[in-house]
Design a protein around this ligand. Sequence first.
Ligand code: KE4
Length: 433
Amino acid sequence: MPSDSSRPLSQSAFHRARRVIPGGVNSPARAFGAVGGHPSFIRRADGAWLEDIDGHRLVDFIGSWGPQILGHRHPAVVAAIRDALDSGTSYGAPTELESELAELVVAAVPSIEKVRMVSSGTEATMSAIRMARGFTGRSVIIKFAGCYHGHVDSLLVQAGSGALTHGHPSSPGVPEGCTADTLALEFNDVDQLRDAFRRQGDRLAAVILEPVVGNMGLVMPEPGFLEAARELCTRHGAVLIFDEVMTGFRLAYGGAQERLGVQPDLTTLGKIIGGGLPVGAYGGRADIMQVVSPDGPVYQAGTLSGNPLAMASGIATLTTLKSLNPYDQLERRTAALVEGLEAAAAEAGVEVWSARCGSMFTVFFQTGPVRNLTEALRSDTPKFAAFFHGLLNRGVYFACSQFEANFLSVAHGDAEIEATLAAAREALLELPS
Ligand code: KE4
């Protein structure tokens, strides 16, 4: 279990942080709440490796929760940020860097004709929902249990056991009114989606989903699910929003929509397009994006939107990805790792069900299948927590929750894969039965 003894400086850093920061972290996902113990405080990172303040080197499978697809401190990204810094940090006035990143996004994602930069994925999804409501004049939105779209009031809704439910907030502080127009359905349930459109099609402003879900652990769309969402939105005049904050430029240069062949009306982006600096974006059909202020009446703004340092980081990241085209190699390396983890679990007599897509993967501690949140929640989370700490004690840093995806980067080579599998074999053998 938690290896607090071997991480004394992180432990004291956590106590210090908790005195002045709620939970000692600036985002709950980092707090180790799902696995116990205290988080590792990071001193530096390089390539596929983190170094914590106790001096432990860790193979990093979080990668800042997705942005670091090139590995930490990629030379091209570091140079671009340094270069931009020599000119200044923020102007509150437009720069050509913003157009350059927007042009890269538009060229990469065919469904995006116009795009607006913001500073986080949450801002991107919040804005996309507002644009869809402004464009359609309707108010009801559909989301899916287990899909996370940032801490937007109207999207902080988790369905119960897949029942069609008018949203009830899953967080205090969100008034019932904010979620009354949010329908939460079960991911991959086409019948339920059709039923919702049958009942409310003319009131539906949008359907928002993660085309490949990372936020309940990795869950793939079943054949026909995305196609049904596309067809129903088209038929009823609702806006289909793909939240590709995590999958954009991750699963393919054109994102999950390129890989899966389904085009949304709006797409939200984040993480990789900032290369580790704060960038989010929303974009799509020009006729929808024309409602955005100042072209149109729907308001959205941001002091640091299009920040030049963040733009430079994103431009360098996408430009490098475009030239490297690492996606086949990332797929092969991830397949080798996941197959090795499955073999190690079998040898140890531990039941797991794994899911992977591109360079994202999750090992669920259960027999599976995992097609939605109801099934994901059947996982043995105490066993996952023990596995997580078994890996951490051996220098491997997985996502600190069963209900998250892990990420490989271009910098994860054979050495990192072998070190991870060696640690996993030992950690699995010591799991409580
Ligand atoms: P941010 O506001 O955290 O930049 O993005 C929110 C968001 C939106 N959409 C999707 C599909 C996302 O995965 C996220 C954020 N992902 C989490 C990881 N599951 C970020 C980690 C965190 O909250 O600290």
